[in-house]
Design a protein around this ligand. Sequence first.
Ligand SMILES: *[C@@H]1O[C@H](CO)[C@@H](O)[C@H](O)[C@H]1NC(C)=O
Ligand SMILES: *[C@@H]1O[C@H](CO)[C@@H](O)[C@H](O)[C@H]1NC(C)=O
Ligand SMILES: *[C@@H]1O[C@H](CO)[C@@H](O)[C@H](O)[C@H]1NC(C)=O
Ligand SMILES: *[C@@H]1O[C@H](CO)[C@@H](O)[C@H](O)[C@H]1NC(C)=O
Ligand SMILES: *[C@@H]1O[C@H](CO)[C@@H](O)[C@H](O)[C@H]1NC(C)=O
Ligand SMILES: *[C@@H]1O[C@H](CO)[C@@H](O)[C@H](O)[C@H]1NC(C)=O
Ligand SMILES: *[C@@H]1O[C@H](CO)[C@@H](O)[C@H](O)[C@H]1NC(C)=O
Length: 394
Amino acid sequence: MMLSTMRGNAPNHKFAGSGHSKKGHVSLYHSLVLLAIALGFTGQVLADCECGYKSDSLDGSYDQNAFTDLIETNFARMPDITLNTDWRRQEFNVTKTKARGEYGQMFYVKDDVAYVDNIGNRAADGLQLVVRRDLIDGMVPVAEVDSARLDISYGTFRASMKLTDVPGTCAAFFWYFNDTQEIDMEFLSKEFDHSKSTYPVNLVLQSRAAAAHGYDASQTDNFIKANLPFDPTTDYHEYRIDYNPSEILFYADRVLLATMNGSNVPSPGSHGHLIMSHWSNGNPKWSGGPPQEDASLLVRYVKAYFNSTDLKRTQDWSDRCKNAKNTSASVCKIPVVTTHNKTAKDWFFSDYDDMSKNQTVYDPSSGGGKTFEAVARWMVMVPLLIAAFVGGLL
Ligand SMILES: *[C@@H]1O[C@H](CO)[C@@H](O)[C@H](O)[C@H]1NC(C)=O
Ligand SMILES: *[C@@H]1O[C@H](CO)[C@@H](O)[C@H](O)[C@H]1NC(C)=O
Ligand SMILES: *[C@@H]1O[C@H](CO)[C@@H](O)[C@H](O)[C@H]1NC(C)=O
Ligand SMILES: *[C@@H]1O[C@H](CO)[C@@H](O)[C@H](O)[C@H]1NC(C)=O
Ligand SMILES: *[C@@H]1O[C@H](CO)[C@@H](O)[C@H](O)[C@H]1NC(C)=O
Ligand SMILES: *[C@@H]1O[C@H](CO)[C@@H](O)[C@H](O)[C@H]1NC(C)=O
Ligand SMILES: *[C@@H]1O[C@H](CO)[C@@H](O)[C@H](O)[C@H]1NC(C)=O
């Protein structure tokens, strides 16, 4: 296990670039200026990030090749999970035998993937995945959302989450291809010990079942129990998996937790999807539980930058990149969120049309892909542009 104290002070990110105006202002003068800017930009609107998104390496440099695709979801600002096309709420039942626990599991969308807490208040700062205290037909009601994209290959996957303090659940953020090709960060709430300030995270290659059964105490190259440098139950922190061809790196707020390159690194060509899950099956060797009270995992955002195994997406990337008009802006650097600098937590390329052109999250007709901010921006901009145009004619 390795816990470095390095912080990612990556130099010179190009993000929140000056050319990408996000919000309008209400005066006529400003709207005229905005109109001029908007018109001036028409030639350049297609000119950003066409060749992809570059991640910082462990040493803080941006020396890796770019990833071609992105999935970005700001759950804190998303009006309605049911409209979102990037995530699928899971609904299925697992028997006690299949769950390998004391109880079965009921993955339940109605109340357990929600924006409201158990007294009906909107959890405005994140999506809520709830594990219920009360069993239904011998099953623990649990919750999971999966990415709709199934073609996720190498990449950097980041989720901002606030974990439950209630013992007896497993919160998981993972990349999944099949039961033997899986990259997991699993948090067992019963392992959190406030009196000792120890907050472990289980980093696992291969399956959770194997982890629960074979790897309990061992520290193989496919299983590492690392300690988080903070209490994960009091605030949101960014958990990150960098899946590279030669190794897999796990981070928390840009602090390296562990590197793995063991025998269970997924084989090239594996095409996984991303999953956020909050579950319990009563297995004392793993999740424990069920929890004594309803327990929530809150997810503020997911930002994933990756290569696709879909030939169409690869072809789209090469066409896009070949036609890039501005080569210096054709690869964008992904900004870093650290414990001491969380500025980038509210930054999403997909909030800007020109920085997420041809990305699947940015289909304006889907309705669910845009955040409140992006919608609000257009609601402000369009009338302003009309007003400015009419004003200019008078
Ligand atoms: C991702 O795809 C891009 C474009 O094909 C390529 O340049 C890059 O090397 C790929 N990255 C990895 C880690 O394979
Ligand atoms: C799961 O089990 C519950 C309770 O028995 C039942 O009401 C529900 O329809 C089942 N869900 C699915 C997807 O089979
Ligand atoms: C998972 O996929 C790999 C690569 O295709 C394959 O070798 C392995 O047998 C699969 N595992 C399961 C459990 O299907
Ligand atoms: C895995 O990492 C270790 C330690 O960094 C290194 O010695 C070893 O060569 C690596 N193995 C592979 C297959 O990359
Ligand atoms: C190209 O992109 C760079 C970096 O974003 C920007 O500074 C420059 O103004 C752009 N040039 C043109 C011609 O759009
Ligand atoms: C904080 O992070 C942002 C985004 O990565 C960066 O632009 C800014 O310079 C950083 N501020 C400090 C004080 O390092
Ligand atoms: C990306 O561009 C290609 C070529 O114009 C098009 O066929 C494809 O549908 C686009 N994909 C998205 C998600 O916009």
